[in-house]
Ligand binder design. Structure first.
Ligand code: TRP
Length: 461
């Protein structure tokens, strides 16, 4: 379908919009990052804080990004020209291009781990778990993970594979590439995670796992955990850097921006909670550490499937579908610098894709891997992996979100905004728009600033 504003491609229907946006939101963030951060930050209280952040910050910023994108049909830099904003606001777009690259440095590495687990499961590396005792099985999966990510060749090969696959899909163009994949495979992933949950709930430690995930204990919540929950909300919903501006630019005139944001946030949250429900019972059954860090997913999921019929087949399917979720999320990340290079720097699509993947690999390969040349370099107490994660999720995305909420709340033309949010007056949602503008003006930026200052210790609660 071709949009009438400037012949730009759009998604073909409301449902396609929903799935494509969900394809960006659902990814390693739900299946890998959410559970391990919940584990590191003490469980239920972190989960609750996360949901408050989604509601009061995530959804308003998502609507704002959709507004900027759809009303201009541009990328995150060009959009601000169309809105006749001062050049300063373009820094949201520039910073977004940078954040997308920062995230890809470590995201592509984790995607490589997931790809390698597909291969490991097919080879039968986890078949022996069935005959081991619990303690032995737990030790076995942990050491398999350490070997898988610690090698000096294979993790690099898998990371390159991940980036190459993403580049090839991106080269095929927006609609064909993204729409087809997300529509068919996300529902399958959803079903498989539910199977994981059912199995996990039959384990001995199910109660303890669920209570860890759902029962808030605020004594375990630190200021830095609150910032992490906020950062995770941005990361999960792909906000604060223009991905959703770019996606919004492909929406049709008929999509309801509020409903789309709410539906995406809800579905995304359900997937995250299901992933937690699949993982924490295993943690408590096998006597593992909830705060095991980035390896948590890889050390638990093989155990979920270890003693059930067709377990290995399900395990293979799980990692295949997770690779696909990771891939669709990466598509949305890589699309940000690619659209920028094409539309602002006048590059061809091929050139833009090659340049972007080269940048990701050069820095991603050299810096992210623990065994890489810079594996032991520590900056501000963090290795490169954590540093890129921290800078992007906890600093750049929230700052991007703050600027976006200020721009849409205070700077942009209110009539233009209301017109866009009501689809040119065809939706009867005046009250909703008013409420939204108030939240965006007062609540969202205030929360962002308070959490930010609190976590870096300038103010103290
Ligand atoms: N939301 C994705 C996930 O959960 C990651 C992601 C894709 C992202 N695009 C983004 C994060 C843009 C921040 C910004 O895995």
């Amino acid at each position: 379908m071709v949009d009438n504003k400037n012949n730009r491609e759009t998604f073909s229907s409301g449902l396609a919009v929903f799935f494509a946006t969900l394809g960006s939101a659902v990814g390693l963030g739900n299946i890998w990052k959410f559970p391990y951060m919940v584990g590191e930050n003490g469980g239920g209280a972190f989960v609750l804080t996360y949901f408050i952040c989604v509601l009061l910050v995530g959804i308003p910023v998502a609507v704002s990004e959709f507004y900027i994108g759809r009303s201009t049909r541009k990328n995150a830099v060009g959009a601000f020209d169309v809105l006749k904003a001062k050049p300063f606001w373009k820094s949201i777009g520039y910073m977004g291009v940078l954040s997308a690259l920062f995230i890809m440095f470590f995201y592509s590495s984790v995607a490589g781990w997931v790809f390698s687990y597909v291969f490991k499961a097919i080879k039968g590396d986890f078949l022996s778990l069935a005959s081991l005792s619990m303690e032995e099985a737990a030790v076995n999966v942990s050491s398999q993970f350490d070997i898988a990510v610690g090698g000096s060749v294979s993790p690099f090969v898998w990371q390159i594979t991940a980036v190459a696959i993403v580049s090839i899909i991106i080269l095929a163009g927006v609609k064909k590439g993204i729409e087809r994949i997300t529509k068919t495979l996300l529902p399958l992933l959803f079903i498989l995670i539910i199977i994981c949950c059912i199995r996990a709930l039959t384990l001995e430690g199910a109660r303890q796992g669920l209570s860890f995930l759902f029962r808030p204990d605020f004594s375990k919540l630190s200021a830095s955990a609150v910032l992490s929950a906020l950062g995770l909300a941005f990361f999960k919903l792909s906000l604060g850097m223009g991905t959703m501006i770019t996606y919004g630019s492909y929406f049709t005139e008929k999509d309801n921006l509020f409903a789309t944001s709410a539906r995406v946030a809800l579905s995304d949250s359900i997937v995250s909670l299901l992933a937690g429900t699949a993982i924490f019972p295993v943690v408590f059954t096998f006597g593992m550490e909830p705060g095991a860090g980035p390896g948590l997913l890889f050390k638990t999921i093989p155990l979920v499937f270890s003693k059930i019929p067709f377990g290995n087949l399900l395990l293979i399917a799980f990692f295949i579908l997770t690779s696909i979720a990771a891939t669709t999320a990466m598509l949305s990340l890589v699309e940000v610098p690619v659209a920028f290079f094409i539309e602002e720097k006048g590059m061809s699509r091929n050139k833009a894709v090659i340049l972007t993947s080269a940048l990701i690999l050069i820095i991603g390969l050299l810096t992210v891997h623990p065994k890489s040349v810079f594996g032991n370099v520590v900056i501000a107490g963090k290795g490169f992996f954590d540093l890129f994660d921290y800078l992007s999720s906890n600093i750049m995305l929230p700052i991007g979100g703050l600027l976006i909420s200020i721009f849409v709340g205070y700077v942009t033309n209110k009539d233009h905004l209301s017109k866009e949010l009501s689809n040119n007056g065809t939706l009867n949602n005046k009250g909703m728009i008013k409420f939204f503008i108030n939240v965006l003006r007062y609540l969202t930026p205030a929360l962002l600033v308070i959490v930010f200052l609190n976590s870096i210790g300038i103010i103290n609660f």
